[in-house]
Design a protein around this ligand. Sequence first.
Ligand code: GDP
Length: 367
Amino acid sequence: MGRVNYCQGCGAIIQTNDKQEPGYAPSSALTNDTIICQRCFRLKHYNEIQDVPYTDQDFLDMIGQINQTKSLIVKIIDIFDFSGSFIKSLHRLTGKNEIILVGNKVDLLPKSTNLNRLKHWMKKTAADLGLVVQDVFLISAAKGKGMEEVKGAIEHYRNKKDVYVVGCTNVGKSTFINRLINESTGTKDAITTSYFPGTTLGFIEIPLDEQSALFDTPGVINRGQMAHYISKTDLKVITPTKEIKPIIHQLQQGQTLFIGGLARIDFIKGNKQPFVCYFANQLSIHRTKLENADALYEAHKGELLAPPSKENLSELPEWSTRSFKIDGDKSDIVIPGLGWITMSGEPATVTIHTPKTVAATKRDAII
Ligand code: GDP
């Protein structure tokens, strides 16, 4: 037996036998200085992706190894998709270790966002979900914002222990680690990044000093993420790529807004008031009368009301509804993975329709 090689992109064990399994590389690749599996090679060069035959349970089992360790956990979430990227089972899997919570993609928020309020909301929501965190940070891994603070906190809390970076797919974990490595060693794109969920496959070890290391862990696939129900093309439409610009709709009672074909907001009761919509700039919003909304959806889903596009409509889970009463406090109705709508606090009753695995929530307004 030769020595075991690990893919420098995703951490899978390199094998040359089965093209369908993780870590496959042609034998000619084994002589390269840097060995990378075919999947990462393609991802790097052509941005294509093959589906990987790991189950959700396989991923969770891998992460479960962390509760045997004494380490610091850095948990990354996507601030555009808090509930979709939170992974409730994670603290069971990571054991008694201290956790710092890092909200990524802060570059997408309007400049007027109250970041302290957002941090406070993250900390409180995490606690409500049973996770006590030592500290909360907001960063943009892509733009490098907030990285110094997080690096300082990692050094402070790890206290010479190992560090495990955990997070669900697509939160920007690879981008974060690439930046850490790049800033400390100058190496670019050490780990593969891409648009598509599920890109990081094994534990990748990055030495911190003689006795400890930082580990990148596989991105957990979370069925509560909108990203799993739509195609790669549609994912590009719902994913903001730059600072989102709010769009204000003045709505009367009895009117409805469709967010593409992925969410519907019914204004059930209240005086005329602004619904301030924070979604990807390229995602279209349609207004109609509540009484026509069902018929409009049936007639135009997958076309006018898209994403999802027609071919992918069957992937969408059944719809479910949640109603919210707003009275006095400026509030956000959050639609995980898409964005949110800010309500002024003027009394209102709204009903939100979303795919049932991606239910809407309410929070104090962050802007
Ligand atoms: P992973 O699956 O968690 O490893 O996530 P990746 O690092 O592959 O990133 C997933 C997607 O989010 C990619 O399209 C990244 O370009 C994007 N992304 C990562 N970090 C940021 C960020 O700070 N801001 C923005 N706007 N996008 C980001």
